[in-house]
Every structure is written in structure tokens, then in C-alpha cells.
Design a protein around this ligand. Structure first.
Ligand SMILES: Nc1nc2c(ncn2[C@@H]2O[C@H](COP(=O)(O)OP(=O)(O)OP(=O)(O)O)[C@@H](O)[C@H]2O)c(=O)[nH]1
Ligand SMILES: [Mg+2]
Length: 388
């Protein structure tokens, strides 16, 4: 999808998405032109979303009036309406002819004098991805409020911990990469964070970070909105589901089986705590519900937390389509009830007819019911082979 038959091996394409950037666009295009490495052809591709302030028209007029240069060309792509930064970048890449892609904002937050360093790291040192970084030694942010800095840091932390990314500034909007690394990838381009998606979806790539000072925009206004923030968390969630379960390295099926059984029992124990705490809280702590009602709420709550933990952790199932998840939940709840019946029956049988003491009978019954539950859920709820 992202391949282009005109791709040129000695050309760099710089993608600049714009929305209402009339006060910045011409000066950034000029500034990029005067900061380019020599002996290389560079094309700047402006992707404008029909900006109401006339950014697109401004570029068209500018292009009519300047002399064509041999090693720096400018193109503009017009889209009909504002369709988000990520998809604008993707559009630019689809159009690009270069084998090296640079992505940057138009508002001078990303200083053009860094561009040659990005290109050099790719062309000369053969890195696959180069990130202009605010969060390594030598990098800075100027002009942001504490609130904006905290939001950025928090989002970065979520990306690093949640998605297992080592890059210090995975939320950077200023980066370059070899176009070949995204060949064949299915890019969603939700929201702002294009780089994050590449970092998650590419494997075995070499990454370098180059420090720079980010400066808040002087002209025009921010497009960062609640929607942007919402889109960010949606994209992290989607990327999380894209990831592989952690135990993928383990190949021996017996070990995998024991791993999962261990997790299932651990989740069961956590469910017991949830059940116990909620039942107690509802009868005394936060309300004075009748103890049997409170116990029903406790049971439902623990089945729910057990389900979520087993789905995501024990079985590493990241498919959360609503219909599928509800059907899995139904089976899980059914097996849990069945387990409770088995447990009751077994305790009765062991204590009454075999004279085994109640505590021992309880342990045996819980272990057996939980094991049966594990097998049933493994096979029927999460559709795994028994030994896997
Ligand atoms: N084509 C297109 N460009 C966009 C869109 N949203 C943002 N941009 C551009 O993407 C770049 C980054 O957007 P900014 O508004 O600067 O976002 P930000 O850097 O997080 O916020 P500020 O710097 O505070 O304004 C700028 O060049 C914008 O003009 C969009 O929906 N479509
Ligand atoms: Mg900006």
C-alpha cells in the first residue's frame, strides 16, 4: 500500500502536514530549503486539509512565483477536509518518491537545522529510524506550561511501559526513517502518533535518537484537543492489542501449559480477595446491604475481574470485539458456576461419605474445581489446544 513505483534511492521526502498554518508555511519551506544537505535531491510534500485560513492556496501561489530548483522541489497535496495528522502523514508517504522519509510539523517547533543530522544518520550510518528527541541528554522543551509537559511525559510513560518501547521520545513528531521498513505493514495512522505505531509494528530495526530543543509555536494555534488525547489512548490500546503475548518465546508446550495454569490459579486467588473485600465492604463499610445480596455482588465482581485478567494475562487474548468478548464472558461465568457446584458436591461427598476433615476436603474440592475450570475455559472460552 505504501510502495511507490517512482521510488528513488537518492532522494529524501519531507512530509509536512498543515492545518491553518498560513503564518508559518512559507517561512518553514524556505528554512528547510536553506538547511538541506548537499548532493541530494529533496522534495517537501505539504499535505493540507483545505485549511480555512488559505494555507493551501498560499503554497500554490508561492510555487507559481519561485524558480524551480534542481535539488529541492516542493509539492502540495490537497485533501478535502481535516482528517487528522496521522492520516495526513500517511497520505504524504504514499505520494513520496524518496527512499528516506522525514516527518515534521510546520510550526517551527521542529527546527529545520536538525534535518541534515536525521538524514545523515540514515544515509551514512544506516540507521532504520532516527528520532529527534526531547527526552535524551541535550534535548529540551521551551515554552510549554507545566501542565503540557506533564501530559506529554505521562503519555510517553504509558507508551513506554504499556507497549514495551525503549525509545526515550516515542511521541516525537519529528523523525526520519527508511521507507523500506514499513513495506507490507498495515498502518492505521490513528491520531497524532505516527512514530509510535512504526516503533511498535517494525521488528529488528536500528533506532537512533538525536537531541534537539523543541520550541512552542509562535504563530497560529494548537490543534491539540480532547479528541486528540482520546485518539491517543485509543491508538495505544489498538497497538497494545497488536503486540504478541509475552510467553511467545517459550516453545515447550508442557511448560506453557503449567505457566497458564499457574496464572489461572493466581487470578482465582485474586478473585477470592475481590469477592471477600466487596462482600464485606457492602455489608458494613460503604452500605448496609443484606449479606446475601452483598455476596452475590461480590461473586459477580470477582467473576468479572477474573475474566478480564484471564483473558488479557493468562491467555494473552487481545481481541476485544464486543460480540466475541460477551460470548466469552458468558461461557466463563457458566464454567465458574459449574465449578462452584462441583466444589459443593465434592465437599459434601468427601466430608459426608469419606470422613475427610472439612478444611482438607475444601482444599481438594477447590483445587479440582479450579483445574476443571481451567481446562474448560482453555478449550472452549479461549479456544486453545489443551496442551499449548
Ligand atoms: N493535514 C493536517 N495537518 C494537521 C492536522 N492536525 C494537525 N496538523 C498539523 O500537524 C502539525 C502538528 O500540529 P500542532 O497543532 O502543532 O500540534 P502540536 O504540536 O501537538 O500542538 P502545538 O504545537 O501546541 O500547536 C502542524 O503542522 C499542524 O498544522 C490535520 O488534521 N490535518
Ligand atoms: Mg506544534
Amino acid at each position: 500500500m505504501i510502495e511507490n513505483k517512482f521510488m528513488n534511492s537518492n532522494q529524501v521526502s519531507i512530509i509536512i502536514p498543515t492545518y491553518n498554518e498560513s503564518k508559518n508555511i512559507i517561512s518553514i519551506l524556505k528554512s528547510i530549503g536553506s538547511n538541506l544537505p548537499k548532493n541530494l535531491h529533496t522534495e517537501a510534500i505539504v499535505v493540507d486539509d483545505n485549511s480555512p485560513d488559505g494555507t493551501g492556496k498560499l503554497v500554490e501561489d508561492y510555487l507559481k512565483n519561485i524558480k524551480k530548483m534542481a535539488d529541492y522541489t516542493i509539492e502540495i497535496i490537497h485533501r478535502k477536509a481535516k482528517d487528522g495528522l496521522g492520516s495526513a502523514i500517511l497520505k504524504g508517504i504514499q505520494h513520496a518518491k524518496g527512499d528516506t522519509i522525514v516527518v515534521m510539523d510546520c510550526d517551527f517547533s521542529h527546527p529545520p537545522h536538525i534535518i541534515p543530522k536525521l538524514i545523515e544518520s540514515i544515509k551514512k550510518y544506516q540507521y532504520d529510524i532516527v528520532v529527534a528527541s526531547r527526552y535524551i541528554k541535550g534535548g529540551k522543551i521551551q515554552g510549554w506550561s507545566l501542565k503540557r509537559k506533564t501530559m506529554s511525559k505521562f503519555a510517553t510513560l504509558i507508551a513506554k511501559k504499556g507497549l514495551g518501547i525503549d525509545t526515550k521520545d516515542p511521541m516525537s513528531g519529528f523523525f526520519a526513517f527508511k521507507r523500506s521498513i514499513i513495506k507490507g505493514l498495515n498502518i492505521d495512522a490513528i491520531g497524532y502518533k505516527f512514530l509510535l505505531e512504526i516503533l511498535v509494528k517494525t521488528r529488528d530495526v536500528t533506532i537512533k535518537e538525536i537531541p534537539y530543543t523543541f520550541q512552542d509555536r509562535k504563530f497560529g494555534s494548537s490543534k491539540l484537543s480532547i479528541r486528540t488525547i482520546f485518539d491517543y489512548y485509543r491508538s495505544v490500546w489498538k497497538l497494545y492489542r497488536y503486540g504478541k503475548p509475552l510467553e511467545k518465546q517459550e516453545k515447550r508446550s508442557s511448560v506453557k501449559f503449567l505457566y497458564k495454569a499457574g496464572r489461572f490459579y493466581t487470578v482465582g486467588a485474586s478473585g477470592f480477595i475481590v469477592n471477600y473485600m466487596i462482600s464485606l465492604l457492602l455489608t458494613g463499610g460503604i452500605s448496609d446491604m443484606w449479606y446475601l445480596h452483598a455476596n452475590v455482588v461480590g461473586i459477580i465482581a470477582s467473576i468479572t475481574t477474573n475474566f478480564i485478567l484471564n483473558k488479557t494475562w493468562t491467555f494473552g487474548d487481545r481481541d476485544f470485539r464486543v460480540k466475541k468478548t460477551i460470548s466469552q464472558y458468558g461461557k466463563f461465568a457458566m464454567f465458574s458456576s459449574l465449578g462452584a457446584l462441583v466444589q459443593l458436591g465434592m465437599v459434601y461427598f468427601l466430608v459426608d461419605s469419606n470422613n475427610i476433615s472439612y478444611p482438607l476436603a475444601l482444599i481438594l474440592a477447590v483445587m479440582t474445581a479450579a483445574f476443571g475450570n481451567f481446562i474448560l475455559n482453555k478449550k472452549f472460552t479461549f479456544k486453545e489446544k489443551l496442551l499449548e
